[in-house]
Design a protein around this ligand. Sequence first.
Ligand SMILES: [Ca+2]
Ligand SMILES: [Ca+2]
Ligand SMILES: [Ca+2]
Ligand SMILES: [Ca+2]
Length: 244
Amino acid sequence: MRTIALLTLLGLSYSGTAAQTVPYTARTVTVDGVADEAVWKLSEWSPLEHQMAGTVPEASDFSGRYKLAWDEQQLYLMVEITDDVLMDTHPDPKEAYWDDDCLEIFLDEDASGGDHLHSFNAFAYHIALDGNVADFGNAQNDKEVILLNDHLDSAWRRQTEAPYNIVWEVAVRLYPDTFTTAQPGEPVTLEADKTLGFMLAYCDNDGSDTREHFMGSHSITPVNGDKNRGYIDASVFGQLILKK
Ligand SMILES: [Ca+2]
Ligand SMILES: [Ca+2]
Ligand SMILES: [Ca+2]
Ligand SMILES: [Ca+2]
């Protein structure tokens, strides 16, 4: 904890990258895949450029960048994605959802870091093209997958001109680590200067048996050669600071 506090003091997150500042929006963001809200002009782009699994794609195969905003109720994302083939070959939203195209939002409400594989210390929301939201539940003994569709709203729209980018908007509520499926409780009310643990990624598959690219927002130090650590360990996330 002391290390995290010191790094925060220095403006660094515990993944070693600078904390990102998130602008406030007084007006509600309409989640419709149309980025015409004023806050999207104000907020700055961040890239999805760090390989976590698979190969590094050509820009025309996959590239992505995103902006963030917040109000008291929700964190907002606007993600611009180039993906040459959109694919969802598993109609069951709980089956191999990471091998279909999906947007993955990692959130740690209290920026505690630490293991969250089978707990709600942090969330790894996999948003499928059909809008279903999957994550592991809190069963310790098996890989129970649950749907958390009521934690966020999302909508994407593909542009009509080359490179036919997707604009994907998301509004996500921040649940604390006391969340359980039996007793969900209420999402927290956000306020200025709050710090959140955060990471964003895209799973890109264009027709292979398993995903071809898994590109994220933050650089991850490999453990035994493995950089796909976000779904296990919230300490690899970056940090957001909400500013008014
Ligand atoms: Ca919108
Ligand atoms: Ca692709
Ligand atoms: Ca936590
Ligand atoms: Ca794809």
